[in-house]
Ligand binder design. Structure first.
Ligand code: MRU
Length: 345
């Protein structure tokens, strides 16, 4: 299940706003349309957004390849700025644009056509590396899961949120593939229901036992001893181990701590913001309140009522048992152990 891939001159995105009832694959060659697809969440999930933005930069460059070098570089600034303005919280977006920017910078002496080729290669590399990172995370993370465990997850940190395989769901997949006989509770994840629409869809399609619950049921499931561990993804991790992820993750972490249940975060090092000391600095995306007042187009709240719609929250590092990365499992103290991952291959 690849939500983002390049094929014969076109960027293909699974339209995740239509899942699970319709599987529609959309085609893109215009970077403006690619930026829009990120904003309206046709593509979503931190690593998948990063991969998409990489190809967005490439398609922007392709559009301006016949301009003079000066115009080409001016236009590339606009392309990168537009893509960077789409969603503020997931650091993978900025990480991927920065990687593409480095290719632009270090090859400024070459012909525009050569630069465009190098950008395509970088976008392909970002995509391929993401899949490999998910597989490696899966391998490390599966060791933390015991045979017969039931895992709670929140939002969708699956294949649909990455180039393939997934972060939190990658760990779950790897444990399932290792024959650990695990099962999953999926929080539905209001307001946009990524858990119900995407996680339940992905796991069910693959035959991994999954039970869907509403967000407010998680605590009661824990109280009854039905949950052995929590695994979630991340949109940005600060150096002190504070984790921004889908709204509701913080509440799950508090519940897990109260019940003595381990709370794992699975994320590639591209999700770590090595420049950010703590989660207090993370910008939380505020989205249109129509996502709250309406469910699948049906109005569920009165006209004119006040609403707030933060799309993410920050789980304090004290609530995170360990962070699973493609380089291994990181334990507290995070402010000592996370910087060790910087620059390591
Ligand atoms: O708003 P979304 O659907 O893009 O939010 C996605 C999440 O919060 C995921 O948990 C996170 O990006 C990790 S995806 C591997």
């Amino acid at each position: 299940m690849k939500p983002v891939y390049y094929e014969e001159g076109v960027l293909k995105l699974i339209d995740q706003t239509k899942l699970p009832t319709e599987l529609i694959i959309r085609s893109y060659t215009d970077y403006r349309e690619i930026a829009k697809a990120i904003v309206v969440m046709i593509v979503r999930g931190a690593p998948a957004i990063g991969v998409t933005a990489g190809y967005g930069v490439y398609f922007g460059a392709l559009e301006y390849v016949n301009e003079t070098k000066e115009v080409f570089y001016d236009k590339m600034k606009e392309v990168c700025a537009l893509l960077a303005s789409t969603r503020p919280t997931a650091v993978n977006l900025f990480w991927a644009i920065k990687r593409m920017g480095c290719v632009l910078q270090t090859n400024s002496n070459k012909e525009c056509s050569q630069i465009v080729e190098l950008l395509k290669k970088e976008a392909d590399d970002i995509c391929a590396e993401d899949i490999q990172m998910c597989r490696d995370m899966g391998k490390y993370g599966a060791e933390l899961i015991h045979a017969g465990d039931t895992i709670l997850t929140h939002c969708n940190a699956g294949a649909l949120a990455t180039a393939d395989y997934g972060t939190a769901l990658g760990v779950i997949r790897a444990a399932h593939e290792a024959g650990k006989n695990i099962s999953v509770y999926a929080d539905e994840t209001r307001p946009l229901l990524q858990g119900a629409r995407l996680t339940a869809y992905e796991l069910h399609a693959e035959g991994i036992p999954v039970t869907l619950i509403t967000d407010n049921m998680a605590g009661w499931m824990m109280k009854q001893g039905k949950i052995d561990g929590v695994i979630v993804g991340a949109d940005r991790i600060a150096v002190n181990g504070d984790v921004a992820n889908k709204i509701g993750t913080y509440s799950v972490s508090v519940l897990a701590k109260a019940h003595g249940i381990p709370m794992y975060v699975a994320a590639p090092t591209s999700t770590i913001d090595f420049a950010m000391k703590s989660g207090d600095e993370i910008v939380i995306e505020e989205r249109d309140c129509r996502e709250i007042s309406h469910i699948c187009g049906i109005q569920v709240a009165p006209d004119g009522v006040a609403m707030e719609n933060p799309a993410f929250d920050v789980t304090p590092h004290q609530n995170v048992t360990a962070i699973i990365t493609e380089k291994g499992v990181v334990y507290p103290p995070y402010d000592i152990n996370i910087p060790k991952l910087s620059g390591e291959k």
